[in-house]
Design a protein around this ligand. Structure first.
Ligand SMILES: Nc1ncnc2c1ncn2[C@@H]1O[C@H](COP(=O)(O)OP(=O)(O)OP(=O)(O)O)[C@@H](O)[C@H]1O
Ligand SMILES: [Mg+2]
Length: 387
């Protein structure tokens, strides 16, 4: 096959684009990112940044003027632009139809349900501002339940657990739906790559430990602490979920393993994902290179893990302001520890500023080391202004 420095446009220039950059450079793919923040995290590792909004039709169409392929690192992009770009013959992965499905969590649930992929029972809430009417509908659905906004949620924003005695004013405003409150044993993520010609490659399940306060992934563990039989089922469910949505590239399928032994799909991200960062050091092929292979229809790489690994996110604390790191010297000294800082110039409490992956022969050793490294490496904002 002919492969001559293809040009890729990435919509969004955050940490995912920053980590995609080195994989693109290895394969001699020229990357441009479109992001509204000058000197965005991805600008440091890619060939060029266009400052502009990935949600803006004209900005996206113009940025794609002389590329061979377009991908995203964020779901909330102009799909109208992607549709027109694709009809002009440029490869777009994931495609507009898939992005529109995942942008609307209810549409996503419906698509998975129609394909017979297991998930929690769900039902749309009436689209009205009349809270009493919505509360009555929630009562008929059955509380406790989880309310989710159809659009725009991330990192747990847009998700509300409604207890059995929830009052009408507990409902989130906005177009939303309800789903059963799942009795979660463990949360899993399965990274599935689907190449343009339809080949798939599935990584073994990673366990996601959530931070209940921040609603962020606190740690990702490999191997996951579940029986082999459940893990095999999770891989199968994840593969079917990605087939149901139909797009190309890497996908992360978030799953619930329930206390009664079921495996249910929570949601799908049609892109590399926080839960897959440990593939950079611990897998034969990392999720970013795998994504590029899928988009450019190269043979997919091995998903074999070289050994146990644990990833922890580095979350900003303290004041908001110009980013300052403390404790980096100690964090980088741990055996098997790999520190990734995302280069976000501004720190805000709760913001994801980096991650640490520790590879050790023993998962629980790796976990202790990763938690230690994440505890000694603190990120806060300083009062200074400027760059
Ligand atoms: N039906 C459910 N039953 C029990 N817990 C749930 C349910 N849905 C979501 N949760 C919990 O809330 C978390 C966030 O939900 P979800 O993944 O839908 O939101 P999100 O805002 O897209 O999050 P993120 O951006 O972090 O992926 C889940 O990881 C899980 O811990
Ligand atoms: Mg989620």
């Amino acid at each position: 096959m002919e492969f001559s420095r293809p040009r890729l446009l990435v919509l969004g220039g955050g940490q995912l684009g920053r980590m995609l950059g080195p994989a693109a450079a290895r394969l001699d793919i020229a990357t441009t990112v479109l992001d509204p923040t000058p000197a965005c995290p991805a600008a440091a590792t890619t060939d060029a940044q266009i400052v502009g909004s990935f949600a803006d039709y004209t900005a996206v169409v113009e940025a794609a003027a002389d590329v061979d392929a377009v991908t995203v690192e964020i779901e909330h992009v102009s799909t109208a632009a992607l549709r027109d770009i694709a009809s002009g013959g440029i490869a777009v992965h994931p495609d507009a139809a898939e992005l529109e499905t995942v942008q609307d969590k209810l549409a996503q649930r419906r698509a998975l349900g129609e394909a017979g992929v297991p998930g929690p029972r769900f039902e749309a809430l009436p689209d009205t501002e009349d809270n009493a009417e919505r509360h009555a509908a929630a009562g008929r659905f059955g509380l406790p339940a989880v309310q989710k906004l159809r659009h725009g949620g991330y990192d747990g924003r847009g998700v509300a657990v409604l207890p059995g005695d929830a009052q009408a004013d507990a409902l989130l405003p906005g177009a939303s739906y309800l789903e059963d409150l799942v009795d979660i044993d463990r949360e899993l993520s399965v990274i599935v790559a689907r190449s343009v010609s339809g080949a798939t490659a599935v990584y073994p399940p990673f366990e996601m430990e959530m931070d209940p306060d921040l609603n962020l992934v606190r740690a990702v563990l490999y191997p996951a602490r579940l029986p082999e039989e459940v893990l095999t089922r999770a891989e199968d469910v994840a593969r079917r979920a990605v087939e149901a949505l139909g797009g190309g590239g890497v996908h992360a399928v978030e799953l619930f393993a329930t206390r009664s032994g079921e495996v249910l799909v929570n949601e799908i991200a049609p892109r590399p994902h926080n839960s897959g960062h440990l593939t950079i050091e611990a897998a034969e092929t990392d999720q970013f290179e795998q994504h590029l292979r899928a988009i450019f229809d190269l043979p997919l790489g091995s998903t074999r893990m070289r050994g146990p690994a644990v990833m922890t996110n580095i979350i900003a604390s303290g004041a908001a302001g110009q980013t300052a790191y403390r404790g980096i010297a100690e964090a980088v000294t741990g055996e098997g520890a790999h520190v990734h800082l995302y280069g976000k110039r501004q720190s805000r409490p709760g913001r994801k500023m980096g991650h640490i992956t520790v590879c050790r022969d023993d998962r629980d050793d790796a976990r202790r080391a990763a938690e230690h490294a994440a505890a000694v490496l603190t990120v806060t904002g300083t009062a200074q202004t400027g760059r």
